[in-house]
Write a protein that binds this ligand. Structure first.
Ligand code: DON
Length: 416
């Protein structure tokens, strides 16, 4: 091992243990703030770099980079990624979010796709390292931390885990749910942790150990999932803070309904900062692969949350990841996936791999158009529909779609 390699290993190890410390459930921490070793210019797993394939002909920026231990199906991952990239590169449907003004100015042609396997192989193409604001893709990761520390029941009781069938910032949904009878302990107006009311309540509910502040836990948790230090995009944070009147109405209503227990504007501010964290499609791929890998980051080896927490978090993503179009998505593609209005999507195939995508133009529900198409194409190619199965055992009998044919008449030998 040469000098540079030793340095990188030291950085990776110290970063991993600090992240583990930042996210530990242990007793009170005495450290006033979480600090991180500066990330190296290159990704931490560069030590594992293997090969780089040639760019598909005529595709500027269409080069696949590949890092990490090669896994079974290497060529399959590469071609699925490359074909999905080429197939939808020219697709210009959808529109950038503009209710957060700065998001309207992001280049709509940016397009990056990444696959990260549970073995730690990373395949990326296009604008895979372009940073953008994580927005709602952050929500499953923060609720995973809350499930881990406050428990799955606390999330169900205070927030709920059913689909609302309404837009992600629907005030109507809050009031409709308020009028559904439930026991005194079971508050459901927030809907679920992936719509804005539920995501802000998630931040309100997040437990913190003595000596830690909520923000350190939120950002430390996202960093542990991503396996690197992350920062807030101040321009996005300011743009959203100055214009989030709708979310302000939501938190006041939730306070009135005693769903948010603490300061509603403080919860909203933390949530807005969480949504403004800069990530790349590659980060989303690694974060998703951590969920696919039972909560252990396949690049850093850090156990970020338990496998039991992952199962709950992915159930919530499957139920509500694409808001009012989640059912259609699950019906068509069959994998849990979460979108953000910054243009990101993470899709998770438990036990196998995750996909991270970036393309800003959105459909009316707020989900990246090109990202959805690319994920769908890759899942079709690689398999991964969590509802798909094959008959086991014996070879099929006849008449798979109709009633079994009448048994052939038995020849009965008669003795005359
Ligand atoms: O609160 C908001 O409206 C945004 N910060 C997040 C919304 C979002 O990403 C919805 N997802 N597709």
């Amino acid at each position: 091992m040469n000098q540079t390699q030793r340095l990188l290993v030291a950085v990776v190890v110290s970063f991993s243990s600090m992240v583990a410390c930042a996210t530990s459930r242990g007793g009170p921490s005495t450290s006033p703030a979480v600090t991180y070793a500066p990330p190296p210019d290159l990704p931490t797993n560069v030590l594992l770099a293997t090969t780089t394939t040639a760019a598909p002909a005529g595709e500027p920026g269409g080069q696949i980079s590949e890092y990490g231990p090669s896994s079974q199906g290497d060529a399959a991952y590469r071609s699925a990624l490359s074909d999905a990239y080429k197939s939808f590169k020219g697709l210009s449907e959808g529109k950038n979010a503009d209710y957060i003004p700065i998001l309207a100015s992001v280049d709509p042609s940016l397009y990056g796709l990444v696959i990260v396997t549970v073995q730690g192989a990373v395949y990326e193409i296009g604008a895979a390292r372009q940073e953008f604001s994580i927005q709602s893709v952050s929500k499953p990761f923060t609720v995973a931390r809350v499930i881990e520390t406050a428990g799955a029941d606390a999330v169900n009781k205070r927030i709920g885990v059913n689909a609302t069938g309404q837009k992600f910032n629907s005030i109507l949904a809050i009031d409709l749910l308020k009028n559904i009878p439930s026991d005194k302990e079971h508050l459901i107006p927030a809907g679920n942790p992936l719509v804005n009311p539920g995501a802000i309540t998630t931040v309100d509910l997040l437990p913190v150990a003595a000596g830690m502040d909520k923000w350190s836990v939120i950002i430390g948790n996202l960093e542990a999932f991503a396996g690197r230090k992350l920062t807030v995009n101040d321009e996005v944070y300011r743009s959203e803070s100055e214009t989030n009147t709708h979310n302000r109405a939501i938190v006041q209503l939730l306070k009135d309904y005693e769903v948010i227990k603490g300061d509603p504007l403080q919860a909203l501010d933390l949530y807005t900062r969480q949504c403004s964290v800069s990530v790349s499609a590659r980060d989303l791929g690694v974060m998703g692969a951590t969920l696919a890998n039972g909560g252990r980051n396949p690049l850093t080896g850090v156990q970020v949350v338990s496998p039991a927490t992952v199962a709950k978090a992915l159930a919530i993503v499957a139920t509500a990841g694409f808001y009012e179009t989640t059912g259609e998505w699950l019906y068509r593609v069959g994998v849990p996936a979460k979108s953000g209005v910054g243009g990101g999507i993470v899709a998770v195939v438990p036990g196998r791999f995750a996909i991270g995508t970036f393309s800003p133009p959105l459909d009316p529900a707020g989900n990246s158009v090109r990202g959805q198409r690319a994920v769908e194409a890759m899942i079709q190619r690689l398999g991964g529909n969590v509802f798909a199965s094959r008959p086991a055992g014996r070879a099929p009998q006849t008449g798979a779609t109709g009633p079994a044919p009448a048994p052939a008449p038995t020849a009965v030998a008669r003795k005359n």
